[in-house]
Design a protein around this ligand. Structure first.
Ligand code: CA
Length: 305
């Protein structure tokens, strides 16, 4: 069963998590876009390469990194079922230069007969590095886990502890036009799943950050409901210049009392996404469109002829 999950901050930024349906749809859309561009690129790459060297003799280098980690332990109860998921995607196009992209994701949920020993952890890392005068790089990683139906009796408290880390970094050495972006989000949501057809969101924790170099759309936001108590809360940012970073390290504990028998489902998920690109990378697409128009015009002429 896929659930549509959503968290909205007080600033109006929706940062999580239509993860399951939306991410899949986004990837399908992006794959179509990239397949189209890559197919066309193979046709006109010699022309593009010549253009890139002619218009941009200086070399550029960009870096973007987005990393997230979560550990959950000290559960008061065990789930009846678990699920873990990971997903990665990378795209790299370079007509003049080099671009390296990596995306890694790992997720574990280990249920022990003794509840305090049950634990879960996952990691997601996306990185991109570009050098040259014309390239585009994209990396995205997703890691998530679900604990279904923790059975809590009336009069009991459900509790667990968790640690989260989110680290974003972007840099470039030539401006303007060169671009490096990093986005990351961690969401933790607890549902009352007693009615399996009508889950009720009880509590959530959301941590999200974004960097755009150069650009002003930088933020690092933390939101959570009162049943989550932060025992460590370190957030640091640098949103200036051509090297930016945002980092959050948080320890927290969750506890909530239940008056009646309740099934609880815990979802934790993270998404990390980075891009690096040069100004000329937009020419890759622009020239493409121009080439297609020329080809279309020629075919039309042949057809009319
Ligand atoms: Ca910025």
């Amino acid at each position: 069963m896929r659930k549509t999950l959503g968290v909205r901050t007080k600033d109006g930024i929706t940062f999580a998590f239509y993860l399951f349906p939306i991410t899949w749809n986004c990837e399908k859309y992006m794959k179509q876009q990239f397949d189209c561009v890559q197919g066309l690129l193979s046709f006109v790459t010699p022309l593009l390469t010549g253009l890139a060297f002619a218009t941009s003799p200086t070399l550029a280098a960009t870096l973007a990194s987005s990393e997230a980690q979560v550990n959950i332990d000290n559960f008061s109860h065990n789930p009846l079922a678990i699920e873990v998921l990971t997903k990665t995607k990378t795209e790299a196009i370079a007509s003049s230069g080099q671009v390296d992209v990596t995306a890694d994701a790992d997720a574990n949920f280990i249920v022990d007969p003794f509840p305090p020993l049950t634990r879960a952890d996952n990691t997601s890392v996306s990185q991109a590095h570009g050098a040259g005068s014309s390239y585009f790089g994209f990396a995205q990683s997703i890691a998530g886990l679900i604990g279904y139906n923790f059975l809590v009796q009336g009069g009991q408290a459900f509790s667990f502890d968790f640690n989260t880390f989110l680290g974003l970094e972007t840099s470039l050495d030539r401006a303007p036009g060169e671009s490096s972006t990093a986005f990351g989000e961690i969401s933790l949501l607890l549902y009352d799943s007693t009615d399996e057809n009508n889950w009720q969101l009880l509590d959530f924790f959301g941590l999200a950050g974004s960097l755009t170099t150069l650009g002003d759309n930088d933020f690092l936001n933390l939101e959570h409901t009162p049943n989550i108590t932060l025992t460590k809360n370190q957030l640091s940012t640098d949103f200036e210049g051509t090297k930016e970073f945002a980092e959050a390290s948080i320890k927290a504990s969750y506890s909530r009392n239940f008056d009646t028998l309740t099934y609880l489902t815990l979802i934790e998920a993270k998404l990390n996404r980075v891009t690096v690109q040069t100004p000329e990378s937009s020419n890759l697409v622009g020239l493409f469109v121009f080439g297609l128009l020329c080809i279309g015009h020629r075919l039309k002429k042949q057809h009319e002829g």
